[in-house]
Design a protein around this ligand. Structure first.
Ligand code: ATP
Ligand code: MG
Length: 627
């Protein structure tokens, strides 16, 4: 901040001390704003967006001089961006502190051994950035810090009396994303707030649920204060079951995630989690014709097979093979097959829930070795030993006339027509609950029956995940041996929760949500500056510049951050740039307005209006009126 410092153009901003303002007090809640001049900071605006930029936030943040690409998924945050990120971070801090969390700061470098117990080096795979130091020790650049914080608390917490505890940091994270995209939305280096809570129990005072609810409320406050339009949605459940995870999604059509909502009940879930209401099924319909095998050579996907066989994908069956990692019910299952209609997608989380197994998509080699003709698997392949077949109700709906199904032929490059459940899988197997189960195993779609309100239909919209809260349970504490004595002097693994916010993604998501054809439209609380003052004449001795300096002092004293556009550029260029960088309030000082002891006041969000004349003495109160 340069209160009274001499600016590069030779004029002097009015020193703060001469401005009527609340007396500075060590516990003052009045924050003075900053005053900066465009010519003395770095805002390299550009007409053109880089050729690789597709999303609005990537284009506008680059064109507005906020960010600059260093390499794929890695960006410089220039002064404007850093101001926004600092404001978001401060909102996050205030709400986290108010919710009883304490800030700390952990290293980016994580010794690879930390992951040995949790096997997360395997789970993350190529997502993990690894480097070897001069002694040959392998380290990872932290993609999140569950292991590091568990090591820390394990060393520092010995008694139940020290719990509950909630610790957080705002830090750079590294993930070698396969497809970094959309600028800051999916980076390989990004800023995250990550919090971790520790408890002896789940219910009651001091328990995980209490902290989870406090974090939920803090997240609602944070995203509301950031000016975002968002929805909290149920996400994939955690290992301790129930509704153990929520994501916070910014409502935005360009988002990567699909959110489903029930307008009648208010239920909202992401597509991975969303349940579908009851749907009827019938596995005993008569065949529509004799089973026929068709040679379908070299067709890469279901759409091409459909085109070749002149059949809609909704009349095809798609069967996905999963390998059982753990059969939680001890039935000795090795494979789970999930069959859905050809135009639907299998949902792995639902397959896990319906089968009672931990599963993974079958590695092609193993599946082939077990006799599955991957790409051509039909439900008949479930006759195979140690296999459970899950059938989505839409893959066997009751119908007036016999349904016509095309499916794989369990033989490379072949499909069958007129598949029939009863005839081709067989009554005996269909009636064996240990072999076949009709269950919701597909992703929900708009128009599906609501799981919460009979008769209502789900609606779909797009969103950007900006936050995720999660009940971890004892996953990390057990894997890393973090157990302490409880009140009864029994050793017990500590129960944990974790809570993330993508701070840099929040900035980009806000731009996705709030922009127009001229540039960014920042909500006031996270705008880099609240006010941009554009004096028509920028000579240090001009009346316009004198008023600009005086006004900026008064505005700063009232808490506004002010940017004075003192560049010797045509007004058109400066107005365009002001719109591009998206400062919420623009004050223009020209001869005409000065003749009326006024400035022209314009809101960035008001694209139609021409601006209004506001008396210089009333500017601060007019600005306060918009805040
Ligand atoms: P995604 O599904 O988008 O890959 P995630 O579920 O893997 O994200 P979490 O591990 O839940 O992410 O991380 C917490 C938060 O960090 C996310 O809610 C998101 O806002 C942010 N985040 C995650 N990955 C990235 C990334 N590559 N770039 C920017 N922000 C990210
Ligand atoms: Mg997440």
């Amino acid at each position: 901040m340069w209160g009274g410092r001499s600016g590069g153009r030779g004029y002097t901003l009015r020193p703060m001390s001469t401005v009527t303002a609340a007396k500075p007090s060590p516990i003052s809640t009045v924050r003075k704003g900053v005053i900066q001049s465009w010519s003395r900071t770095l805002i390299p605006t550009a007409k053109e967006a880089p050729s690789d930029a597709e999303s609005p936030s990537h284009k506008l943040l680059t064109r507005g001089g906020y960010i600059r690409r260093v390499t794929a998924g890695v960006y410089d945050y220039l002064p404007l961006a850093w101001r926004v990120l600092t404001k978001i971070s401060n909102i996050v801090r205030e709400e986290m502190d108010a919710a009883g969390a304490s800030e700390l700061f952990m290293p980016v470098l994580v010794p690879i051994e930390f992951y040995a117990g949790t096997k997360r080096d395997e789970a993350y795979g190529d997502l993990l950035f690894k480097l070897t130091d001069r002694k040959g020790m392998v380290n990872a650049l932290g993609p999140t810090h569950e292991e590091t914080i568990t090591e820390l608390t394990k060393a520092g917490v010995a008694s139940y009396k020290q719990l509950p505890l909630n610790l957080y940091q705002i830090q750079t994270k590294f993930r070698d994303e396969a497809r970094p995209r959309a600028g800051l939305l999916r980076g390989r280096e990004f800023i995250m707030k990550d919090a971790y809570s520790f408890h002896m129990g789940v219910e009651g005072p001091g328990g995980l649920n209490e902290a989870y609810d406090a974090m939920y409320r803090a997240y609602v406050n944070i995203f509301t204060r950031c000016g975002l339009s968002f929805t909290a949605v149920e996400a994939e459940s955690g290992p301790i079951g129930g509704s153990a995870s929520h994501e916070f999604m910014v409502n935005c059509e360009s988002g990567e995630d699909t959110v489903l909502t029930c307008p009648a009940s208010g239920y909202a879930a992401n597509v991975e989690k969303c349940e579908i209401g009851p749907r009827p099924s019938d596995l005993h319909a008569a065949p529509a014709g004799d089973l026929q095998e068709v040679h379908t050579p070299g067709l890469p996907g279901i759409d091409q097979v459909g085109e070749f066989m002149k059949v809609k994908t909704r009349n095809m069956l798609k069967t996905i093979v999963f390998r059982v990692v753990e059969d939680r019910q001890g039935r000795g299952l090795r494979w789970v097959l999930a069959t859905v209609r050809g135009d639907h997608d299998v949902n792995e989380g639902k397959v896990k829930a319906a089968s009672g197994c931990t599963v993974e998509l079958a590695p092609e080699k193993d599946a082939h070795a077990a006799g599955f003709a991957i790409g051509y698997v039909s439900p008949r392949a479930a006759k195979h030993h140690h296999t459970l077949l899950l059938i989505d109700p839409d893959a066997c709906p009751p119908a007036e006339k016999p349904p016509f199904w095309v499916t794989g032929s369990d033989r490379k490059d072949h499909h069958v027509k007129y598949f029939n459940w009863k005839r081709d899988v067989g009554e005996a197997m269909l009636n064996d609950p240990a072999k076949v189960k009709v269950a919701d195993v597909r992703n929900a779609l708009a128009g599906d029956p609501s799981p919460r309100s009979p008769g209502a239909k789900l609606e779909a919209r797009r969103g950007i995940e900006v936050g995720h809260i999660f009940k971890l349970g004892t996953k990390y504490s057990e894997a890393m041996g973090f157990s302490i004595l409880n009140e009864k002097q029994e050793r017990q693994p500590v129960i944990m929760g974790c809570y993330g916010i993508g701070v840099s993604r929040v900035m980009a998501a806000c731009v996705e949500m709030s922009h127009d054809e001229n540039g960014i439209v920042w909500p006031l609380p996270i705008a880099p500056y609240h006010v941009v003052i554009t004096p028509m004449k920028v000579e240090p001795t001009s009346e316009a510049m004198r008023v600009a300096c005086e006004l900026s002092g008064r505005l700063a004293a009232a808490g506004f951050d002010v940017l004075i556009d003192d560049r010797d550029e045509r007004p058109g260029v400066r107005f365009k740039d002001a719109d591009l960088i998206g400062v919420p309030i623009r004050l223009t000082i020209g001869d005409k307005s000065l003749a009326e002891q006024s400035v022209e006041f314009k809101l960035r969000s008001d694209t139609q209006g021409k601006g209004e004349m506001v008396k210089i003495d009333s500017v601060v109160s007019r600005c306060l009126g918009t805040a």
